[in-house]
Design a protein around this ligand. Structure first.
Ligand code: SF4
Length: 414
């Protein structure tokens, strides 16, 4: 049996909920803290503020860091490697993402170092019995950590259904390896990564989840206020319980099933003891990504093969912007090409061709270079293809992003 706790927030007291969730599992008592190097791994995959559900709530990071410091390990660091779309040396990178999410301030207050895992020294590892990633590079800080405390959030995902504890570990991979997981098969790549960097303990920020086809930011309608903290030492069981709480059938979440198959944990709900709240009492069904995407894409055609979250995520944002700007009825005239499709059928309209992977088709339409291409540049190219006024779309973007001016400036530079 694996044990997973679910605790409901009382009076917005996040620290009390985190402490209770951990204590209900007994898991922290079994961790070898003495002399340990500890990595606390939040999810700050992109620049978003605390409370949005996109990134780990700063209060969860603070509560967990305090709990860890109380165990007096040798060293504690907070580390993250942001996604490929937010990993540029001069502009957006993991340090900016952690700063915007409030993680840096928490770490500073508690005297803990912050590490950009994308810029960390990289170490090659071999993975016997790997599904797809037999050898890959990983951040040295993660590989050498004796204890990894993972702090994921619960979000829908275009490829993997949900993203939670197992997928949160992707932050310890450098950018080129992150991309490779998409090419080789994301579900299997996540499992191979966890064979090397499995969290010792997972504490899920379930205060706010994110549902549907959300883009680089989540609007109010995308947020699901669960008001929960989940915890457990078996990340597979934690993911299974979180999937169930979000209304998914865990038998349909491939990477969680494969992780159990690889003996990384248990996902059979009959073999998981849930302590605290009951799943049936807390369940709030999330809108699946692909279901929401049908409405969002409004009949636009996407020709793709093996494209990763970089291109996919940026594209979703473009659709959000166009819908917000009132151009939904134009979308059936749009075709996007990304990834490595084997062939492109004859098209009536001029497509928008996205990113380095698809550059062999650059002459077929309007090409947006980059890996990933910049979201604003994709949006501008789509405006050009659909002959719509860019200024109207830019105003919609400015309304959506409270930090839009800074965002545009940084992405233009990147
Ligand atoms: S070009 Fe796009 S699909 Fe290809 S690796 Fe880069 S971000 Fe991913």
């Amino acid at each position: 049996m694996s044990v997973v706790s679910i605790v409901r927030l009382q009076s917005r007291d996040v620290e009390a909920a985190v402490r209770k969730a951990v204590s209900l599992t007994d898991g922290f008592e079994n961790v070898a803290w003495e002399g340990a190097k500890v990595l606390i791994k939040p999810n700050t995959v992109l620049p978003a503020k605390t409370g949005t559900g996109i990134v780990t709530d700063e209060r969860v990071v603070e509560a967990v860091t305090k709990l860890v410091l109380e165990r007096h390990p040798k060293k504690v660091v907070v580390g993250e490697g942001s996604s490929v779309g937010y990993d540029f040396r001069e502009t957006w990178n993991s340090m900016h993402c952690m700063e915007i999410a409030g993680v840096t301030e928490v770490a500073k207050r508690l005297g803990v170092e912050v590490v950009d895992l994308n810029r960390d020294e990289q170490v090659e590892v071999n993975v016997p019995d790997a599904f797809v990633m037999e050898r890959f590079a990983i951040a040295k800080t993660a590989l050498e950590a004796d204890v990894i405390i993972s702090l994921p959030v619960i979000k829908t995902h275009i490829r993997t259904g949900i993203t939670c504890g197992l997928k949160n570990m992707k932050g310890v991979l450098p950018g080129n390896e992150k991309k490779r997981t998409h090419k080789l098969g994301l579900d299997r790549g996540i499992v191979d990564l966890n064979r090397v960097a499995k969290p010792t303990f997972t504490i899920v920020d379930g205060i706010v989840g994110v549902q549907g086809a959300w883009g680089s930011q989540a609007e109010a309608a995308d947020r699901v206020p669960l008001g929960l903290i989940f915890a457990g030492s078996d990340v597979v069981a934690v993911d299974a319980v979180c999937a169930a709480a979000a209304g998914f059938d865990v038998r349909e979440i491939l990477h969680v099933q494969l992780a159990a198959e690889a003996n990384l944990g248990i996902c059979d709900m009959d073999l998981i003891e849930v302590r605290g709240e009951r799943i049936d009492d807390v369940r709030q069904p999330f809108i699946p990504f692909l279901q929401a995407a049908k409405d969002l894409y409004g009949g636009a055609k996407v020709i793709e093969k093996d494209s990763c979250t970089g291109c996919m995520g940026e594209t979703v944002s473009t659709f959000i912007y166009l819908n917000k700007a009132g151009f939904h009825e134009k979308l059936p005239d749009l075709t996007l090409i990304m990834g490595t499709p084997e062939e492109i059928p004859p098209l009536k309209e001029k497509p928008v061709v996205l990113g380095r992977c698809a550059k062999e088709y650059r002459d077929r339409g309007i090409f947006v270079p980059g890996c990933p291409p910049h979201g604003l540049k994709i949006t501008d190219a789509v405006c050009q293809a659909l002959e719509i006024d860019q200024d109207i779309v830019h105003r919609a973007i400015a309304e959506l992003h409270s930090f839009s001016a800074d965002y545009k400036e940084r992405r233009d530079v990147a």
